[in-house]
Design a protein around this ligand. Structure first.
Ligand SMILES: [Fe+2]
Length: 282
């Protein structure tokens, strides 16, 4: 049986990818941020997952306003890095896992989650930055990746509750796959940030700290938080954090917090990161 044994939440700030690609990680501005991920790289290197289900949002790279799937599951054999305006990031092409991805599609759709199946897709910083933060700069990514792109760009995004319930359905799907696989699920985006309008630059450290606490210990209540609270407290782009609830829904009710990191600023965004293992950790 396949199983999801851990979850990772992390911001996916595009400037973080640029700092890595331009060899600027040791600069005083960036060094504290990358230091916060050193333990994470050690953890995942030791955990050696076979597969990462990577929940992220596309930023008008694979999709546009012409087509806006709420949940888009990548079932292809590979996903090249997208050109976001300055050339594709110099990172390896992501290797998919079509057999498991199609199993997830079947299980989720029969479980009444009407996801979109994607057989060709480029992946942008939303997916590649978390990969770089967790795995560094290898010649090839050491895991297969199943991308799950969530619309959090164009209103209306899915509710926190829908995301939390989808996480539970993903867990059921993974556990009904008949191969022995160790799976980690990533939820990415956030934390508080607003990119435009009079409140551009908004950061809310208190809200972010509370969000992390509730994500760990009271995710059910957190999943009921309405969009307007994300927007008011965490800025217009803070609603990306509903994606963290997909990750959390796929884990046990009780989890062990392995690592937590919070840092401001990274570009104009608060960076948050947490690693959770099912309880008891094995
Ligand atoms: Fe984003």
């Amino acid at each position: 049986m396949a199983r999801i044994f851990a979850g990772v939440a992390t911001s996916h700030v595009p400037a973080v990818g640029a700092a890595i690609d331009n060899k600027r990680t040791d600069e005083p501005y960036w060094q504290p941020l990358f230091k916060g991920y050193e333990a994470s790289k050690r953890w995942i290197a030791a955990a050696k997952p076979d597969v990462v289900i990577l929940v992220y949002n596309d930023h008008a790279s694979a999709f546009s306003l012409e087509l806006i799937p709420t949940f888009a599951l990548g079932c292809a054999t590979e996903f090249p890095p997208a050109d976001e305006g300055w050339g594709p990031r110099p990172v390896p092409t992501v290797q998919g896992y079509p057999e498991l991805a199609w199993h997830l599609a079947q299980s989720l759709i029969l479980d009444e989650f009407d996801i979109t199946i994607v057989n060709k897709m480029e992946v942008d910083h939303g997916l590649t930055v978390p990969m770089s933060l967790m795995f560094g700069e290898p010649a090839a990514w050491p895991v297969k990746v199943i991308p799950l792109a969530v619309n959090v760009v164009q209103y209306p995004p899915p509710t926190g509750n829908r995301c939390f319930q989808l996480g539970k359905a993903i867990r059921r799907a993974v556990e009904s796959f008949d191969q022995d696989l160790e799976v980690v699920i990533f939820g990415t985006g956030g934390m508080s940030h607003q990119l435009q309008g009079p409140r551009a630059g908004l950061i809310n450290k208190d809200f972010d700290a509370r969000f992390l606490d509730r994500l760990v210990s009271d995710p059910l209540a957190l999943s009921r938080m309405p969009h307007v609270e994300y927007l008011r407290e965490a800025g217009s782009e803070g609603v990306e954090m509903v994606m963290w609830l997909i990750m959390r829904g796929a884990l046990d009710d009780r989890v062990k917090e392995i690592h937590r990191f919070y840092h401001v600023p990274a570009s104009n965004t608060a960076v948050g990161h947490v690693i959770l293992e099912n309880w008891p950790p094995e």
